[in-house]
Design a protein around this ligand. Structure first.
Ligand SMILES: Cc1ncc(COP(=O)(O)O)c(C=O)c1O
Ligand SMILES: N[C@@H](CCCC[NH3+])C(=O)O
Length: 415
């Protein structure tokens, strides 16, 4: 579904004009659509009907409590990578036994807390992590449910920074070593092997890499079964791409159908960890043009959002659509849309044809995933507000960071 659309010459988020949100909350502000988040979650959950499953939203994509709460109310699971994400999920009403804990650097403290609350599964990424988890679980007198994140060595065909399933990446346990590590996990008294998982990369726009990885994991599951190690769930991670510009990623329903066909006849539950797919197109970053600067070589629109608010263009040269909230008549020019930060890399978009005037509002689309969560205070800029639109209702799910908050917690040296 389209969460953001034009009516009466203005861009709306569901039933609310973005111009009204800018007036009420100021800019820059992230705006999310509840209906879109729900529809995207359901695209997974509905396609999985009839198979035991968990759709664990990857919290790293958007950890706003309001957003997590929308998903918790749908009984979603969550994929976390830190103690902070764990506490957020619990605060938002997520159930601990629907949480999978991923990440290559889990600390003892992370493990203790996750065991105390009773997460569904630890996705273990190395032998040393396995030994550490055994120790922590033994100290607590409990048993940790584990899955090994296997690196299947398939090329996800995505940006190298977000490709994770090749053997040169830091993630997971090489598939060639997996059987030995499973045997070790099986032998440790305070671990219970329940699953196998992989995550080969993000923003995948075709099915073959997913299915290739799946086939390798199924073969592994068979080899483990022959050794008496029963795998109960198969976690295929996240990674399903979305449309930023003209990509045509597979439909979630087709992806899941293809997976279901391949596991037919097996006694396996399915786990997925979608992040971007659920929230990317549920959000925009609303920003205002501060200045138009025309130089001999270029036209710049200097806006009040910057790379500290949305780093994807600077970090990955990601192309994100920028549209006027209230399109105006007049001559379009080719603008670079840049922020106020003292870095040449501080741009949101390059060479866009727009008719603009100072004070105009722009929306950076597809900003619901890896937007606010990757923001910083660089240049001592307060972080943006976040609001969630639900029909004609508006919830301020995070207020703008104040100037005072920017140095709270710091101190001068003693006199
Ligand atoms: C282990 C794991 N699961 C899930 C995700 C979510 O990925 P995406 O947002 O591409 O669905 C990631 C990030 O790529 C990840 O590292
Ligand atoms: N942050 C990346 C995705 C990273 C995925 C995390 N495993 C992006 O904005 O596209």
């Amino acid at each position: 579904m389209e969460a953001f659309s034009y009516r009466d010459g203005q861009l709306f988020a569901e039933g609310v004009a973005l111009s009204a949100l800018a007036q009420r909350f100021g800019t820059p502000t992230y705006v999310y659509s509840r209906a879109h988040i729900e529809a995207q979650y359901r695209a997974y959950a509905d396609a999985l009907e009839g198979v035991p499953h968990l759709v664990c939203f990857a919290v790293k994509a958007n950890s706003n409590l309001g957003v997590l709460n929308v998903l918790a109310r749908l009984d979603a699971g969550f994929d976390i990578v830190s103690r902070g994400e764990l506490e957020r999920v619990l605060a938002a009403g997520g159930k601990p036994d629907r949480i999978v804990f991923s990440g290559v650097g889990k600390t003892r403290d992370d493990m203790r807390r996750a065991l105390e609350v009773g997460v569904h599964c630890f996705n273990v990424e190395s032998t040393d992590e396995l030994e550490r988890l055994q120790q922590v679980a033994a100290e607590l007198g409990t048993v940790a449910p584990v899955s090994l994140r296997v690196n299947p060595d398939v090329d996800a065909g995505t940006h190298p920074y977000i490709s994770t399933g090749l053997k040169e990446n830091k993630f997971g346990i090489a598939i060639a070593d997996a059987e030995a590590v499973y045997a070790r996990a099986h032998a440790l008294p305070n671990l219970q092997v329940i699953g196998v998982d992989c995550h080969i990369g993000s923003q995948l726009t075709s099915l073959p890499p997913f299915l290739d990885a799946l086939d390798r994991l199924l073969a592994l599951i068979d080899r483990l079964a022959a050794k008496g190690i029963q795998i109960r769930h198969l976690d295929l991670g996240g990674g399903l791409g979305v449309r930023y510009r003209d990509e045509e990623p597979p439909l979630a329903g087709d992806y899941i159908q293809a997976v279901r066909q391949r596991i037919e006849g097996r006694d396996l539950a399915l786990v997925f960890e979608p992040g971007r797919f659920i929230v990317a197109n549920a959000g925009v970053l609303l920003t205002r043009v501060e200045y138009l600067k025309h130089t001999e070589h270029k036209d710049f629109a200097i806006v009040d959002a910057a790379m500290n608010d949305l780093i994807r263009p600077a970090l990955y040269q990601a192309w994100m659509d920028v549209v006027p909230v209230t399109p105006r008549d007049g001559e379009a020019r080719t603008y670079d849309i840049v922020g106020p930060i003292c870095e040449t890399g501080d741009f949101l978009a390059k060479e866009r044809q727009l008719a603009l005037a100072e004070g105009d509002l722009l929306a950076v689309r597809s900003a619901g995933a890896y937007g606010f969560v990757m923001s910083s205070n660089y240049n001592t800029r307060g972080r943006a507000a976040e609001v969630l639109v639900d029909g004609t209702h508006v919830h301020e799910v995070r207020r703008r960071e104040s100037v005072q908050e920017l140095y709270a917690g710091e101190s001068l040296l003693p006199a």
